[in-house]
Ligand binder design. Structure first.
Ligand code: NAG
Ligand code: NAG
Ligand code: NAG
Length: 296
């Protein structure tokens, strides 16, 4: 018993050989130095690799971005499968669309755009691009053009908080998706100076004449995206950026019918024969009217 205890103790510290855990002080020093150098070397390689990666990636300029594909067209409200289906006289059937629109348009409230350090007025009519310097961090955060939801008039959700749904005249709000450094180019026709126009129509011949009149509401009363809101400098340099919007109101759709509507944005890169669907939306609209025939 005593012996084995003494043996164990000797393993820990053997006064005869002056070994600690079987090694002399010099041996421990050497092995420690070896591992310190070894791990320092591994750590150096690791940090070096990360630094090289960071140097080649700029946080501001997208490194890999297809410059040919333009920014896509999208809309609010959120609509699963791009279906807008509701009953005119049943608020619960269109509540989800209205709530989605309300949530979306809130960021365009005037009271959220009062800070002159963050926002500026960019004119009353469509103008050319607003250049805000290089796409790097040196100049810091850039101002954003104000865009008031009031521009959307009947689609602003201000007077009619159901965005037309309660009358069976629903609004959709269209926008181009954010894309850093993207400069849209309008159609060459002079009537669209500095504006990317939007147009909606029946997708198929069978629906011709059934969609009814479509009204467009947007910047300066124009149904399009004005160029002075571009380019976008990215989340870090342009944190308060607001995309220009176009409200599209279907004022006289044929009820109780499935209608396929196509909305398109026109301009460079959005040519009709392009095999991408990036500049167009295909939306199915079905509005049920609970009263039929002469009772309406
Ligand atoms: C909302 O209603 C007020 C008062 O009726 C009117 O002055 C204003 O122009 C309306 N706004 C819109 C966007 O229709
Ligand atoms: C609505 O559309 C119908 C045809 O579907 C047409 O007869 C009617 O005149 C239109 N109403 C308005 C106000 O344009
Ligand atoms: C709308 O009406 C059509 C025919 O009147 C019916 O088949 C469809 O189920 C209705 N849809 C809704 C959402 O009420």
């Amino acid at each position: 018993m005593n012996r084995s205890r003494g043996g164990w103790r000797k393993t820990l510290w053997n006064p005869e050989t002056r070994k600690f855990f079987g090694r002399t002080g010099e041996s421990w020093l050497k092995i420690s130095a070896y591992y310190v150098i070894f791990y320092a070397f591994l750590g150096g390689i690791f940090i070096g690799t990360i630094l090289v990666l960071l140097m080649t990636l700029s946080a501001y300029k997208p490194k890999y971005q297809d410059r040919i594909v333009p920014s896509g067209l999208s809309f609010s409200p959120y609509a699963a499968n791009f279906d807008i289906i509701f009953k005119k006289d049943d608020p619960s059937s269109y509540e989800k669309y209205v709530n989605s629109l309300k949530k979306f348009i809130e960021q365009y409230n005037d009271e959220k755009q009062t800070d002159d350090m963050k926002f500026e007025d960019c004119g009353a009519i469509p103008k050319s691009y607003t250049e805000r310097g290089e796409l790097d961090s040196k100049a810091g955060q850039r101002k954003s053009c104000r865009f008031s939801r009031r521009e959307l008039q009947d689609c602003s959700g201000q007077n009619d908080t159901t965005f037309g749904f309660k009358e069976g005249k629903p609004c959709l709000i269209l926008k181009l998706n954010r894309m850093i450094n993207f400069r849209p180019t309008p159609p060459s026709s002079k009537s669209f100076d500095n504006l990317m126009p939007v147009h909606c129509t029946n997708r198929f011949e069978v629906d011709k004449g059934k969609i009814g009149e479509i009204k467009y509401f947007g910047f300066a009363g124009r149904g399009g995206f004005p160029l002075q809101y571009y380019p976008y400098y990215g989340k870090m340099l342009h944190p308060n950026y607001l995309q220009p919007l176009v409200g599209v109101k279907f004022t006289n759709v044929t009820m109780n019918k499935e209608l396929k509507v196509e909305c398109r944005v026109y301009g460079g890169g959005y040519e009709k024969d392009r095999d991408t669907y990036i500049g167009r939306l295909l939306i199915r609209i079905i509005i049920n009217n609970t009263c039929f025939g002469s009772h309406c």
